[in-house]
Ligand binder design. Structure first.
Ligand code: ZN
Length: 270
């Protein structure tokens, strides 16, 4: 598949992407908190969510600070609410994204740039939804805007207006299907946030990618739901947010829709 030189390039892009991902993972944790407590994003230093102590630079090193402090605030010893999970997931997602979408052509460069912005917004949504079961409009609206610009730019650069048309149709279809789910289940299984996120998913992935992303999301939710029930971590009464699965499905489909479709068609002898 790759020769040695290409392999070295893929791995080094991946490592650089992973390091950037660690930093962006910290930023995602910070954005999530500032959204929750409604502070403006840019100004103000990071503080402990329990004692309000201003955090020093040394408290903010991704993953390492958490490990050194054993998950407790240096000042009040309260448990730090930002576990390194978001940082590690972001690092992994960035590493794979950069390695898969090698920025070696101008189109690849544009695709990667847009994708990393979309990825950060998607991960903020996943973390926020996992914590508070809400997908805030203050992130969804920019996500939809960036996704729309991304499909328009791709359509323009590849001289194929059907890319934009397909993305819009996928968005309306996915959003509509989720809207129907919300109406039928009276908002118990899904919320309006999921409808908007599904709409954004259509814009980002186009028709084929959206189909793959939704399959991945529903299968992962079913599988993990069973594991959580069997391991008694959750009971049947617990509400489980669907946003993180939609985000996971979007990431997997954006990076791997083609090989997944090829594998699926091969499986069915088509
Ligand atoms: Zn504290």
């Amino acid at each position: 598949m790759f020769n040695d030189a290409q392999m070295v390039m893929v791995v080094s892009y991946g490592v650089i992407g992973g390091l950037f991902g660690l930093m962006f993972g910290s930023a995602i944790n910070a954005i999530v908190w500032r959204l929750k407590v409604k502070r403006s994003w840019a100004k103000g230093r990071s503080v402990c969510s329990d004692c309000g102590h201003t955090l020093a630079a040394i408290d903010l090193v991704p993953v390492l600070s958490w490990m050194v402090l054993r998950g407790k605030c240096r000042y009040c010893r309260a448990a730090i609410k930002d576990t390194p999970v978001a940082e590690l997931v972001t690092a992994g997602a960035f590493a794979v994204s950069v390695a898969v979408i090698l920025p070696i052509s101008s189109l690849g460069f544009v695709k990667l740039g847009f994708w990393l912005v979309l990825l950060v917004l998607l991960l903020v949504l996943a973390v926020y939804d996992a914590r508070w079961m809400i997908l805030p409009d203050r992130i969804i609206v920019p996500l939809v805007a960036v996704a729309l610009i991304y499909s328009a730019v791709t359509a323009w650069l590849t001289h194929s207006p059907q890319v934009l048309l397909g993305a819009l149709m996928a968005a309306v279809f996915a959003g509509g299907a989720f809207g129907l789910l919300v109406v039928v289940t009276k908002g118990k299984a899904m919320g309006m946030g999921d409808v908007k996120l599904a709409f954004a998913m259509g814009l980002i992935l186009g028709a084929q990618g959206t189909a793959v992303g939704l399959l991945v999301a529903f299968n992962a939710a079913a599988l993990i739901g069973v594991v959580l029930l069997v391991s008694k971590l959750k009971s049947r009464k617990d509400l489980i947010p669907f946003g993180p699965y939609l985000v996971g499905g979007t990431v997997v489909a954006f990076l791997f829709a083609r090989p997944i479709v090829a594998w699926y068609l091969g499986l069915n002898g088509l």
